[in-house]
Design a protein. Structure first.
Length: 459
């Protein structure tokens, strides 16, 4: 008889957990997967996928306005969003994806264990009262939104709730300045809400290139988002007998809102897992500390994705899961390079990035070794659209070897464009390679292969 019930027990049915379970099962490993909620995790259910669907919905509002500039004579009626129709469509698609995930797991031979999992030592996990043993356990439980304990915090909502609000808020206050805050502020502004974005720091998206972040901030402001930086919400109060909220800010001002969203970051979902019983070390924010092989302080327990102490992005969790399974049950040759990971903020316009910000590049390679090329222009599409939206492109080059070490863009379809350049950057593309590449004309993307003049202030 086998010593353990499973060779690998995965806790968490999100992107990383599902990929690990499927790959391991395909290698002939006996795999169990415990998940207490819908399969797909945050990304599928209340994150990347529904957020992108709502982003598409918001994009149509500006497209309607642009159409007139190209000769389309639309009915002279005020466009109106059917919020319930959008919610129903999103829910139907998410349900379909939940089914796809379940089918993939079952057909791979993974045993599904619905329910809450809790460790009972280094090799045992209890799932809703039933005990299972495993040679190895992989934790992939992701993270959960954080809300501060200010007065009236119970009146705020987190990002998970935004997709199913009873009604589209006429006024929305978003607290935060990262990916999620900026995306929801832009999306709901596009859908028709009056949005105020409150952030305690001096500018948004502090983890991104500063020029790109400032450029996006200006574009969001021009699009109607009321951005309040350098201040924070001190208290929330619900008006007596009303559904309205009042957010009092530290600068003494107050904002009226139907909904207040807190998007100030996510906390690793380790609470309630019983990790202390297994002796797993956590860091200061509650993330599982892992080594270069994603192994925790306990040799039989591994962690990937947002619950661990590395980069928090869905594709990274998937890639980490593939590395772990390859190390444990494959050739052990798969590696993950964290240096040039592309990412995008799905605002209107989008911000996308690959590699180092200018500040990071100067710190990493020496301030004197970074050459900056950038461009700020109006895309051809808006020559007739009637909109003044602009596009920003920026390259950072290490003069010691001519390698492109940072690529940043703010503009339409920035995510799609940067994804392609990320391939080149991961194989060591130089500025000379970019210069020798023929651009597809007329496109926005060609700007990256036609940048010749250094940005003046950095020359």
């Amino acid at each position: 008889m086998p010593r353990f019930d499973f060779d690998l027990l995965v806790i968490g049915g999100g992107s990383g957990g599902v990929r690990a379970a499927r790959m391991a099962a395909a290698a002939g490993v006996r795999v169990g997967l415990a998940e207490r909620s819908a399969l797909g995790g945050t990304c599928v259910n209340v994150g990347c996928i529904p957020k992108k669907l709502y982003s598409f919905a918001a994009g149509y509002a500006s497209a309607f306005k642009e159409a007139g500039g190209y000769g389309w004579k639309l009915p002279e009626v005020r466009e109106k969003l059917d919020w319930d129709h959008l919610k129903a469509g999103r829910a139907k698609e998410i349900t379909r994806l939940n089914g796809v995930y379940q089918d993939l797991l079952v057909r791979s031979g993974v045993v599904l264990l619905p329910g809450h999992a809790c460790f009972e030592g280094a090799h045992a996990v209890v799932v809703d009262g039933r005990r299972y043993t495993a040679e190895r356990v992989l934790v992939a439980t992701g993270g959960t939104p954080r809300v501060p304990g200010i007065a009236g915090h119970q009146h705020a909502v987190i990002s998970d709730a935004m997709f199913d609000l009873d009604r589209l808020p006429d006024r929305l206050v978003v607290v935060g300045g990262g990916y999620i805050a900026c995306e929801f502020a832009s999306i709901f502004s596009g859908l028709g809400s009056k949005v105020a974005l409150v952030h305690r720091r001096e500018h948004l998206l502090s983890d991104f290139d500063e020029d790109a972040a400032h450029f996006l901030e200006r574009e969001l402001t021009a699009a109607g988002v009321d951005i309040r930086t350098g201040t924070e919400v001190r208290a929330l109060e619900r008006r007596s007998g009303e559904e309205r909220l009042v957010a009092t800010l530290s600068d003494g001002s107050a904002l009226d809102a139907a909904t207040v969203l807190y998007a100030i970051g996510r906390t690793p979902r380790t609470e309630g897992l019983g990790l202390e019983s297994a002796g797993v070390q956590l860091d200061a924010v509650g993330a599982i500390v892992v080594d270069a092989h994603y192994c925790s302080s306990v040799p039989s327990i591994y962690a990937v994705g947002d619950v661990s102490s590395r980069k928090q992005l869905t594709p990274v969790a998937i890639a980490e899961a593939m590395v772990v399974v390859d190390q444990l049950y494959g050739s052990g040759t798969r590696r993950l390079n964290y240096e040039f990971i592309p990412t995008a903020v799905f605002t209107h316009p989008q911000l996308a990035s690959c590699g180092y910000s200018e500040r990071e590049a100067r710190a990493r390679f020496g301030p004197e070794n970074i050459v900056v090329f950038s461009s700020d222009f109006k895309a051809l599409r808006h020559s007739l659209s009637g909109r003044n939206e602009r596009t920003f492109a920026k390259l950072l080059v290490n003069r010691l070897d001519d390698r492109v070490v940072g690529l940043h863009m703010v503009g339409e379809e920035a995510g799609e464009i940067v994804q392609g350049f990320a391939v080149a950057m991961n194989v060591g593309a130089t500025k000379a390679h970019f210069d020798a590449t023929i651009g597809v004309h007329p496109t926005v993307a060609e700007e990256f292969v036609t940048l010749r003049a250094r940005t003046p202030q950095q020359a």
